[in-house]
Design a protein around this ligand. Structure first.
Ligand code: C2E
Ligand code: CA
Ligand code: CA
Length: 723
């Protein structure tokens, strides 16, 4: 049975969908978080830069105020240190506006500096000479008219100090007129960025841990540089930017988790539902698969299952040996006739259950329909042993009778076997061979298994050559002729009542082929209908001029089964100028055994149109006399095998006698076939036969042209009786 991965696939699909959705959901959330965080960091950077600019502007404004104060300028000119200390230095010393102040160059022989809380500093001040030199260069570049200042940072004693420096100039421009600005003193004030101030900036902008650091690097922080006098960073303002993305993430996470959970639930429910539906569908499919391959009556595998099994053997990679035994119940028709279809079904079921017991790893058994069964055995290297075992087991199966509706029946089985040890032939060829062997078993009427052999292979080959020649001959119409055998009255054996027309074929390649053979080939290769019409034309041509001559024409079941046969036959006979009363149609027992309503209709139509009907070869097969009541027969031809064994059994004589009695009671005339001696003739006449046919009265021969056939027969009869 097919193993279907659909339910597992559904689960995998659901899980994949869930994982994909999770990746998308959480991925987007994370990316939004990082985008928000980046935006927040950028924004806080911009704000901080703005704030630093503002702070520097403020310091710069203060510096402008003080450094353009005429009093201070004049005090500096006068080197009045005391007054300078009281209006300039004191501000630094107090520290409430700025905390550092220095004046140098210009009139000052050496720098003077103040520092918050410490007053006037010693001569070296709070900056070194290098800084002072650098500052000097910067200040020289400033536009004095515009009162520009130069601002920079210094990081000293863990504190960031904002410095602003410019020339010390008088406030009023008139005073400026007579002085060289570049020769004036340089003034410098510094304002500490206090911790409190930093904290208030931090809280204003939601910056966490805003700090002044000499080295950056705390992970997750951002920073702006505080540029020193040379334009290089002397320190950094570093902080954690507001984590708006992270905050959002924290808020959204539980909601997302809830949505995910909900989605997982829905998905699980839907996938489970789908999985169950799929599993049910697969189970249903498996059931219908099995049902389609199981015989409803016997529960054995059926023809389709056999086909699958043979294909699987054909696909087998290993060197496998296999054998097929075709089985056919010989007496099934009789069983059905005796105990009805229910009884027949019961018989089949019991027989099938016995066969079922033979199934094992190496053996497959199927019912192909009706009373046909098949056994397929396969093995890697012991097929002969397995076949021997199975044949013995089959014999055992048939040994015991089967009782249906109180009647015990023998189990009569024809068996055909074909074996192959290498895969030189296809399984289908092997099947054909087994069927061929079965056919041989049926022909031989044996219960013993018949194995496909070289003789059959030769016959098959022969069959194929006959078939191809026959096809060609049917196109050209060459090689066919008709011979006629007289049939005499039993009461007056000199009197020929009619003839049986028998076909002959002289094949250009194969020579004379007996009719049994080429008729069989035509019947089994779909050529019988064409051949039948050709032979009918030949017969009609022979007899159309002798209206008193009556001829028996053999009609194959294959011809009768063609729809509209009767109509075509009537038309053709008329077209050939022959009247129906001249013709008697001989159909074999097999056709009767088919009990086909359309065939009965065809026969009725032919009878109605004046053709007489004979049942040929009676006693060879399956027809019971009961069938005759349903069919419009006029004549019963007792098969020549009865003539052969007439003397062997008194029992048989009694049977033939009673058949004749019954047939007469049904108004049927009786022809005894195969009369070879005068004893035969007397025997059948005395038993009650109406007509006699056989070599004793004349072998089949061609009508000599232009001679009246009845004259030919009379002369022939005279020869025989010596009169
Ligand atoms: P059948 O219809 O039973 O024809 C009688 C056969 O018995 C003929 O064989 C005939 O030659 C043979 N026969 C006649 N008397 C004796 C006798 O005393 N002893 C023995 N041993 N045989 C005798 P034939 O001609 O070989 O034909 C064989 C069968 O071929 C026919 O059996 C018939 O079934 C079939 N057949 C022949 N011609 C035609 C035909 O035109 N159409 C059809 N459908 N079948 C034909
Ligand atoms: Ca016949
Ligand atoms: Ca016959």
């Amino acid at each position: 049975m097919i193993k279907n991965p659909l339910p597992v696939q559904i689960l995998i699909l659901a899980c994949t969908a869930f994982v994909a959705l999770q990746i998308i959901l959480w991925g987007s959330l994370i990316s939004v978080r990082s985008k928000m965080n980046t935006d927040a960091a950028r924004e806080s950077l911009q704000r901080m830069e703005g704030r630093i600019n503002t702070l520097q502007s403020q310091v710069s404004l203060i510096a402008s105020d003080y450094h353009n104060w005429t009093d201070i300028f004049l005090n500096a000119q006068a080197l009045d240190y005391e007054r300078l200390a009281s209006n300039y230095g004191i501000t630094a010393e107090r520290g409430d506006v700025f905390q550092f102040a220095e004046l140098y160059d210009g009139p000052f022989p050496h720098p003077i500096s103040w520092r918050e809380g410490r007053g006037l500093l010693p001569q070296e001040g709070f900056i070194d000479e290098d800084t002072r030199a650098a500052l000097r260069r910067r200040v020289t570049e400033l536009n004095v008219i515009e009162r520009q200042t130069f601002n920079y940072f210094e990081f000293r004693e863990d504190e960031l100090v904002m410095f602003s420096s410019s020339r010390l100039l008088p406030e009023h421009n008139e005073l400026m007129a007579n002085l060289d600005p570049q020769a004036q003193a340089i003034a410098l004030i510094g304002k500490i960025l206090s911790e409190n101030h930093l904290a208030s900036i931090g809280s204003e902008f939601s910056m966490r841990d805003l700090e002044v650091v000499s080295e950056t690097g705390r992970p997750g922080t951002v920073h702006v540089p505080a540029l020193g006098v040379s334009g290089e960073p002397v320190a950094w303002l570093e902080w954690y930017p507001p984590p708006s993305g992270t905050v959002m993430f924290k808020k959204m996470s539980p909601i997302m988790a809830l949505i995910s959970l909900l989605f997982a639930g829905i998905l699980y429910f839907a996938a489970n539902l789908l999985r169950h539906r799929a599993a049910k569908l697969i189970a249903d499919e498996a059931i219908s698969f099995t049902l389609a391959r199981t015989d409803a009556l016997t529960a054995l595998p059926n023809r389709l299952a056999m086909h699958d099994h043979l294909c699987s053997i054909a696909d087998e990679k290993n060197e496998i040996e296999y054998a097929i035994i075709s089985l056919d119940l010989t007496n099934f028709k009789r069983i059905n006739d005796n105990v009805g279809h229910n009884g027949g079904d019961r018989f089949l079921k019991v027989f099938a259950s016995r066969l079922q017991a033979l199934v094992d790893d190496e053996t497959f058994i199927a019912r192909l329909g009706g009373d046909e069964f098949i056994l397929v055995a396969s093995s890697v290297n012991s097929i002969e042993r397995i076949v021997a075992d199975k044949v013995a087991a089959l014999d055992e199966v048939t040994r015991q009778q089967i009782t249906c509706n109180g009647v015990a029946f023998d189990v009569l089985v024809s068996k055909g076997l074909a074996v192959t040890k290498c895969k030189d032939i296809s399984v289908h060829e092997l099947l054909r061979r087994a069927d061929r062997a079965l056919y041989a078993a049926k022909v031989r009427c044996t219960q013993k298994i018949v194995r496909y052999d070289d003789f059959m292979a030769h016959e098959d080959q022969n069959y194929l050559s006959i078939e191809s020649c026959l096809r060609r001959a049917l196109v050209s119409g060459d090689g066919f002729s008709i011979v006629y055998q007289p049939i005499v009255s039993a009461a007056d054996m000199n009197k020929v009542v009619h003839f049986e027309a028998l076909a002959r074929w002289n094949c250009s390649d194969l020579g004379q082929i007996p009719p049994d053979k080429f008729i069989h080939v035509a019947e089994t290769s779909g050529l019988m209908s064409r051949l039948g019409w050709l032979l009918l034309d030949l017969i009609c041509r022979d007899i159309k001029d002798f209206t008193s001559v009556k001829v028996g024409i053999n009609i194959s079941p294959m011809q009768l089964m063609v729809p509209g046969f009767a109509d075509s036959f009537i038309e053709r006979v008329k077209a050939n100028g022959v009247i129906p009363e001249q013709i008697e149609l001989e159909v074999t027992e097999q056709i009767v055994a088919r009990d086909d309503t359309t065939i009965v209709q065809e026969l009725n139509m032919l009878s109605k149109h004046g053709f007489r009907l004979a049942l040929d070869d009676f006693g060879t097969g399956y027809a019971s006399i009961g069938y005759l009541t349903r069919m419009p027969f006029d004549i019963l031809k007792i098969d020549r095998t009865f003539a052969k064994c007439k003397s062997e059994s008194v029992q048989l004589q009694k049977i033939v006698h009673s058949i004749m009695g019954l047939a007469h009671a049904m108004d049927l005339k009786i022809v005894a076939e195969g009369i070879e001696t005068s004893e035969d003739a007397v025997f059948f006449r005395d038993l009650g036969a109406d007509f006699l046919q056989g070599y004793h009265f004349g072998r089949p021969s061609a009508f000599s042209l232009n001679s009246e056939p009845s004259l030919y027969c009379q002369s022939h009869a005279r020869k025989l009786t010596g009169r």
